[in-house]
Write a protein that binds this ligand. Structure first.
Ligand code: SF4
Ligand code: SF4
Length: 447
C-alpha cells in the first residue's frame, strides 16, 4: 500500500486548520514542502510539545511525505525562540543526513498563515482564492506530519494532544482519545479557577468561542482541535466575539472613521490581494452602487482577526462582517489578477506576538508553567462523523456493536472528498446515527 493509501486508510486530516483530507493534499507533485511549526496564535503549546517530544517521528514523517511529493526543497518553518525544539529536530535531521532546511521566524502573527509563510520563504504570492500548490508549494502542519508517520505504521488517527490553558488550576497538555468531552479536558487540568467561564477551542484569534454552559458541555475534541483556553466570560476576546450583526452594522455606521488601519494591517492586502476591509465596512454602513462586488471580496479574507482584535481603534469587527458575507453571498469572487505586488511596508506590519497578547489582554497567561502530561482515560467518547472539510463519513457500525480501539466506525464517502473515522476507545456503540457515534467502555449499555 502506498503512503497516500495508508494516510487515507488512517483518516488523517490537517491537524491545525479546517481539516482538509491529507491524502488528497499530499497526492500531488510540488517543488516545496513547507512544514508549519509556527503555532502563531497566542498561548498555544501543542505543536511545540510535539516537536520536542516526537522529533524522530516528525522528521521521519517529513522525509516520507517529501519523497512522496517529490519536492526539491523541504523547509521546516519554526520560530527562532523555539530553541529547544529546533535543537531536537536539528539533531535528528543531522543524524540521519536528511536534506531538510530550517526557516527561522520572528514571533509575529500570522506567521503560520499559509500565504504568509509561502511568501516569506519562496517570495511567491499565492493567488487570490488560490492555494499554495498553485505556486509549487505544499504547506503542512507538524501534527499532520506526525499522524502521517503513524499512518505509515498502520495506526489510525485516534488521539489528540491538547493544551488546556489560562483559567485552569493545572495548565497542562493532555493526550485524549478523539471524541473526549471538552469538560473532561478541563477537569484533567484541575478544573477552572472560575465558577463561570467561557472556552475557546483553538487559538484566541481564530478559535471557536463557547460561552453558554450547554455549548461547553456538548463540545468534544475532534481531529482538528489542539487547545482549550478557559477564560472569564467578560474577557476582551470573548466579549468581542459575542456581537450581533445588527449591532456591528449600527456600530459601523456610527463609529467607523475610515481610518483604513484594518486594511493597512490586513495580511492578505499586504500580500497584494484586492481585500480592503475598510471598504467593506463603508459599503456595510452606506449602501454603495458597487456594494455587491465589494461584499464578494470578503471571500479573500482568511479570518485571521487582525483587523478586529488588533488594528481597529474603534473596536469594530471587519472580520465578523467578512464572515457574514462569506456565508451570505453565494456568487464566487472572481479574480482577474495575474500579477501580484506585495505591499512595500509588508515587512514592517507584522504583529509582534507580545504586543498582540497585550492587546488581547492575555499577557498574564503567557508562559504559564505546565504541569506534567496527562494521558486521559475516558469512559465515553462522542465521535462526530464530520471532522473535516468535505462529505461526512458514512456510518459503519450499529448500536450495541462491540468495537476495538482503531476499528473503522465511519467510512469515507465514495467518490467524494471524505475521510475515514475510527473508534478511539474500545467499548460498545451506545448510539450511532449519521452525525456521530457514541462509544461507552461500560459492558452494559442500555439502548
Ligand atoms: S480600522 Fe476600524 S475605524 Fe478604521 S476603517 Fe477599519 S473598521 Fe473603520
Ligand atoms: S480578518 Fe481582517 S485582517 Fe484578517 S484577512 Fe480578514 S480582513 Fe484581513
Amino acid at each position: 500500500m502506498s503512503l497516500i493509501e495508508k494516510i487515507a486508510k488512517a483518516g488523517v486530516v490537517g491537524a491545525g486548520g479546517a481539516g482538509f483530507p491529507t491524502h488528497v493534499k499530499y497526492d500531488t507533485k510540488a517543488e516545496y514542502l513547507i512544514i508549519n511549526g509556527a503555532e502563531c496564535e497566542p498561548l498555544l503549546r501543542s505543536d511545540k510539545f510535539m516537536m520536542s517530544n516526537f522529533p524522530e517521528e516528525i522528521v521521519e514523517g517529513v522525509k516520507m511525505v517529501a519523497d512522496s511529493i517529490g519536492v526539491e526543497h523541504t523547509v521546516f518553518a519554526i520560530k527562532k525562540k523555539y530553541e529547544n525544539e529546533y535543537a531536537c529536530l536539528k539533531r535528528v535531521i543531522d543524524d540521519k543526513g536528511y536534506d531538510i532546511e530550517f526557516f527561522l521566524m520572528e514571533s509575529f502573527y500570522p506567521a503560520g498563515d499559509e500565504h504568509t509563510m509561502v511568501l516569506d520563504i519562496t517570495g511567491r504570492v499565492v493567488p487570490e482564492m488560490g492555494i499554495p500548490l498553485e505556486v509549487g508549494c505544499v504547506v503542512t502542519n507538524v501534527g499532520t506530519i506526525y499522524n502521517s508517520y503513524l499512518a505509515n505504521q498502520d495506526k489510525a488517527v485516534m488521539d489528540k494532544y491538547v493544551s488546556v490553558l489560562a483559567e485552569v488550576n493545572e495548565p497542562r497538555i493532555v493526550k485524549v482519545p478523539i471524541g473526549t468531552p471538552v469538560e473532561e479536558c478541563i477537569k484533567a487540568a484541575g478544573g477552572s479557577t472560575l465558577d463561570e467561564f467561557a472556552v475557546i477551542i483553538g487559538g484566541p484569534m481564530m478559535g471557536e468561542n463557547l460561552v453558554e454552559k450547554n455549548d461547553i458541555d456538548n463540545a468534544v475534541i475532534t481531529k482538528t482541535d489542539g487547545s482549550v483556553i478557559v477564560l472569564p466570560k467578560d474577557q476582551f476576546v470573548i466579549e468581542r466575539n459575542q456581537q450581533s450583526m445588527e449591532h456591528i452594522k449600527n456600530k459601523a455606521k456610527a463609529a467607523c472613521i475610515q481610518c483604513t488601519l484594518c486594511t493597512e494591517y490586513c495580511p492578505r492586502y499586504l500580500n497584494g490581494h484586492a481585500l480592503e476591509p475598510h471598504r467593506i465596512m463603508r459599503a456595510l454602513a452606506y449602501e454603495e452602487v458597487n456594494s455587491a462586488e465589494i461584499f464578494k471580496s470578503a471571500q479573500l479574507c482568511c479570518l485571521c482577526g487582525i483587523c478586529e482584535l488588533y488594528a481597529c481603534p474603534m473596536g469594530l469587527s471587519p472580520r465578523l462582517v467578512n464572515e457574514y458575507y462569506i456565508e451570505k453571498v453565494d456568487e464566487k469572487y472572481e479574480s482577474n489578477k495575474t500579477e501580484y505586488e506585495p505591499h512595500p511596508m509588508r515587512g514592517y506590519r507584522k504583529i509582534p506576538t507580545d504586543r498582540q497578547m497585550a492587546r488581547l489582554d492575555l499577557t498574564k497567561y503567557n508562559h504559564q508553567e505546565l504541569y506534567e502530561l496527562l494521558e486521559l482515560e475516558v469512559n465515553e467518547v462522542i465521535i462526530p462523523l464530520s471532522q473535516h472539510i468535505g462529505a461526512p463519513a458514512e456510518l459503519a457500525v450499529s448500536e450495541g456493536q462491540k468495537v476495538e480501539r482503531g476499528d473503522l466506525i465511519g467510512r469515507a464517502k465514495e467518490n467524494a472528498l471524505s475521510v475515514n473515522i475510527h473508534a478511539s476507545i474500545s467499548g460498545t456503540v451506545k448510539k450511532a446515527d449519521y452525525t456521530k457515534v457514541i462509544i461507552s467502555r461500560s459492558a452494559e449499555v442500555v439502548l
